[in-house]
Design a protein around this ligand. Sequence first.
Ligand SMILES: [Zn+2]
Length: 448
Amino acid sequence: MTKSISFLIFSVLLFGCEIEKPKLSLNVDKKENKAKNIIIMIADGCGYNHIDAANYYSNGKLKSQIYESFPVHFPVCTSPAMSGKFKTELGLSWQNGYNSGLTYSDSVWRNLAPTGSGAAATAIASGRKTYNASIGMDIYFNPLKSIAEKAKELGKSAGLVTSVPFSHATPASFASHNVHRNNYEEIAREMIKSNMDIIFGCGHPDYNDDGKREESPDYKYVGGEKFWNDFISGNNYGRKLITKQSEFEKLLLNPSEDRLLGLPRIHSTLQAARGGDVNADPNQVPFIKDIPTLKLMSSTALSTLSQNPKGFFLMIEGGAVDWASHSNQNGRMIEELKSFNETVESVVKWIELNSSWEETLLIITADHETGYLTGINGYNSNIQSNGKGSLPSMTWNSMHHTNVLIPLYAKGVGSNLFDDYADEIDSLRGYFIQNSEIGQVMFRTIVR
Ligand SMILES: [Zn+2]
């Protein structure tokens, strides 16, 4: 079948679809849109198909995640302001749009110059699109204020939690400003010195990816050897270090008033980079013991941050969904997304028990799709279930990021504001928003 015929058939199929229409709210100044607390959860590298795969494996059916029934859902365009490799290519290219036609008809376009986590997280954190590899900087290399920094300005608390190194692109974009995401040492130093109340993530220099003592420590993720040695010998910028699972558990019950660095005794990821057969089905390779889960780290962050009567901002990243997707590892991707999904459930419970949807905004989203995950019958095919507990039928078509739209789900105060931004239309998924507009909604919502 030629490309034009298949596109024609595809067009006929989609004109039969019911497209979700936004309801314009445009009620900017109403008090009910102001949030005491904002929690954004980012599954790095997670597209719609990743969610379907985890749903089939965990529950045997689609739409079985709590967030998939949230009242607000929009697809998100992830394209950066400028793409390419910073300073290593003949200039960055202005690949700054989304093409609803090509995304379903041209598999090459889907892979062309996609965003990176730095540009995507900066857009989410600041409300401005930027160049690939940026950490909290605009295309002219001026620092952009993040929503976490804004929360601190307003007297709120702020925290960042991730399952990959805390100085990695996504958390870094909320609490540091650097021309390039690979400047880990500078980024880590800026974050540790920052006024963020909570920084929980990986990168411990003294342990390897299996949680064993490391013979030759790698200090890259924690600011370099000298900075780290100074930090642990007391020059800690008022930030207390915790590393043991039991310390996270203790703080969950007895929250601290200190600024914290939570650095589990593991190097680059909580569990995704552990040894054993990386292509095994989910949960077949034993998990490393005594390493806190993303759920525990997030719960500890919530109990600490919520002590502030003015409220808080919290970003939680399931960072290794992306890492497993880059490596096309079915089992590990599902493990990581499952851990993220369990964390979402516990956050929802926390809101309902300790706060309310009238004072808290919860956003669940991704930064881009990774691995071009599809069903096995072509680029536009759906993943198919093989029953609960079995890997679904799916295939990876790339080891990199792609341009496909990714999902956003929201619930709570201010979540209706996303309607105002959903002015662009995708031929299949309907009205969509830009990733920078996630930041714009958070800035509108958090200012009281
Ligand atoms: Zn990635």
